[in-house]
Ligand binder design. Structure first.
Ligand code: CMP
Length: 145
């Protein structure tokens, strides 16, 4: 049984700076991930720390936060069948060096930190992550389509 899900995408500062937003959003659309909300935001340090709080004890935390506030990002809500896993498959492994050919991180990632995109890792986390960036008003309702 497949499920209609929503997940959060962040196109990271390195990919925005390199002009890859359109190419990355096209990969989502080409893979049956519908963009139901999207915007460019420049994260504050407190917001980035809060978003990545699960990693706060990790040695890479400070560097990750520094990077994520270094320029604007593009946040999107993607919807589709099995969207959480589908999005992760389209992105590829966290480390671009280990990502499969044809994935976003393989093609556009520069390092494990500058890996071009972030995606929610579970449906529960997707709900929390979406609420970091989008209010109910910004999200279309399933029932209206
Ligand atoms: P992301 O999906 O944004 O979630 C956490 C991020 O931490 C991850 O992608 C990587 O960009 C970053 N990161 C940096 N170093 C590591 C590491 N050693 N292991 C996992 N993630 C890392």
């Amino acid at each position: 049984m497949t499920m209609l899900e929503r997940t959060l995408s962040i196109i990271k500062p390195n990919a925005v700076e390199r002009g890859l937003v359109g190419k990355i959003l096209a990969r989502f659309e080409d893979n049956h991930l519908k963009i139901v909300a999207t915007k460019m935001v420049w994260l504050s340090r407190p917001k980035a720390m809060e978003f990545y709080a699960v990693h706060k004890e990790r040695p890479f935390f400070k560097s990750l936060v520094d990077f994520m506030v270094s320029g604007p990002v593009v946040v999107s809500v993607l919807e589709g069948e099995d969207a959480v896993k589908r999005h992760r498959d389209v992105m590829g492994a966290t480390d671009p060096g280990k990502a499969a050919p044809g994935t976003i991180r393989k093609d556009f990632g520069e390092s494990i930190e500058k890996n071009a995109s972030h995606g929610s890792d579970s449906l529960d986390n997707a709900k929390v992550e979406i609420s970091h960036f989008f209010s109910g008003l910004e999200l279309q309702d399933y029932a209206r389509r």
